[in-house]
Design a protein around this ligand. Structure first.
Ligand code: PMP
Length: 456
């Protein structure tokens, strides 16, 4: 017994010592964060992390500790550093909240920071609400969604996206955002790694960090047309890598991957037994050849879709996932725990909305994109013409341009745009959302030009 006591004391000492060291490490990480901020550097430094990873593997080999465990522990530490260094980071949501506060004070703001179609949802969705009420669809329902809607969605994705889906493969959730949350939280464990190609919608990173999952970034550049390199992805994969996230048409760049490259990435995932989470919520607004990952018929793929952008139903909060039945069941259990199910009248309205003709939405968004593209060219911004989605991700030509400082001044003049730093290490970029009426787009771009000229 004495021996157990001694060993327990030893464990207690080591644990407390580790906590003291964790505090010291976190303080140092915070200081590094301040230095990075003042010299305009981003939070993520993959090369530096890789160097530390190699050192950890070397030590594991030397002392006989399982390499995967060592790297998982390192991932926990790295995530803590990312958290302290990301405090105060500006995203499209922070700008949106500031813009809303200004509106409350009676100021007029042109919203080019949020991705929300300005047109109305299909009228049949409204009729669906009334019908749902009359039919008594006002109760709790199955967590994965109303059977009728799941069946209709299975048919819809089979017809439109080259899937081979049945009702069991569909999970109806409150928005694509929650589907991403469910996938990350049910399929991954703390210490696992997920590959995110940047620039990327910030929620992937935030969901992963919240779940204790390490994000491995594949940065892409304007110069390479926002295309990721397959070699770089391959080199990033290790025994802890469990998922790769794709989002094409992409928010914020509007990039659509050439189908061959997308197939190569899915093939690489298959070879390494990784999940592929493909967020395809902008698929209606793909204006170059686009292919759903569903067409690859890969068992470990999770496709996220939504009524938000295609049907302009952002406020309904309804999206869906297409995946293997086992994955749907896992995600559905967590959904039941968190929200029970999506509200039945909303599900019924979505069911009705599935019959809507979306060609006008598609045409209208293209026209808006064309306006902003031509204005951005006229002003002389640097950008790749988007293949789809509803944004222009652009950089003024000025050397050392500070996106955040500019966005603050632009907001003072009544125009809100999103900072590039919300999407990764892209401080000199702005994301301009085109989801506004034509006049606001032209006025907004004119003001943007004036504010740029003032800072020359
Ligand atoms: N994915 C991407 C890439 C997005 O840009 C958004 C919203 N801006 C979402 C998912 C979430 O959409 P929702 O939750 O409204 O379906």
């Amino acid at each position: 017994m004495e021996n157990i006591e001694q060993l327990r004391n030893k464990i207690d000492d080591i644990t407390l010592q580790m906590l003291r060291l964790l505090k010291e490490r976190t303080d140092a990480a915070r200081q590094i964060g301040e230095l990075k901020k003042s010299s305009g550097l981003g939070v993520t430094d993959e090369a530096r992390e890789e160097q530390l990873r190699r050192e950890v593997s070397g030590l594991c080999a030397k002392i006989g500790l399982d390499d995967s465990l060592g790297r998982k522990f390192l991932n926990f530490l790295l995530n803590e550093s990312v958290k302290v260094q990301s405090e105060g980071k500006q995203t499209h949501l922070t700008v949106f909240l500031k813009a809303k506060a200004l509106e409350q004070q009676g100021r007029k703001i042109i919203h080019m920071e949020v991705g929300e179609p300005d047109f109305m949802p299909p009228h049949i969705a409204k009729d669906g609400f009334a019908e749902a009420f009359d039919r008594g669809l006002v109760r709790y329902g199955p967590a994965a969604g109303m059977p009728q809607l799941r069946a209709a969605l299975a048919e819809y994705v089979t017809k439109n996206f080259g899937a081979d889906a049945k009702q069991e493969n569909i999970l109806v959730s409150p928005g694509g955002r929650f589907a991403v949350y469910l996938a990350v939280n049910t399929l991954l464990n703390p210490g696992d790694e997920v590959i995110v190609i940047e620039p990327a919608w910030p929620a992937y990173r935030e969901c992963a960090i919240n779940a204790g999952v390490k994000v491995r970034t594949i940065p892409t550049t304007l110069e390479s047309g926002w295309e990721p390199s397959i070699q770089q992805i391959e080199q990033t994969i290790n025994s802890n890598t469990k998922m790769i996230i794709l989002n094409y048409p992409n928010n914020p760049t509007g990039k659509v991957l050439p189908p061959g490259l997308q197939d190569q990435i899915v093939g690489l995932a298959q070879k390494n037994d990784l999940y592929v989470l493909s967020d395809e919520i902008y698929s209606l607004y793909a204006y170059s050849e686009w292919k759903s990952v569903l067409a690859n018929k890969y068992a470990k793929s999770i496709i996220v879709q939504s009524f938000s952008k295609s049907h302009a139903m952002t406020g309904f909060r309804i999206g869906y996932t297409v995946a293997d039945q086992k994955i749907v069941e896992k995600m559905s259990k967590l959904q039941a725990l968190c929200v029970t199910c999506v509200a039945e009248p909303i599900q019924y309205a979505a069911l009705k909305a599935l019959d809507a003709d979306l060609s006008e939405n598609r045409r209208a968004m293209r026209a808006k994109l064309d306006i902003v593209v031509s204005e951005a060219k006229r002003i002389g911004l640097d950008f790749a013409i988007p293949d789809g989605a509803m944004y222009v991700f652009a950089r003024p030509k000025k050397q050392g341009f500070d996106g955040l400082e500019f966005i603050g001044r632009l907001l003072e003049r009544g125009v809100a745009v999103a900072p590039g730093e919300g999407f990764g290490n892209y401080k000199s970029f702005l994301r301009i959302s085109v989801a506004q009426d034509e006049k606001s787009l032209i006025d907004g771009m004119k003001i943007l030009h004036e504010v740029l000229e003032e800072s020359r």
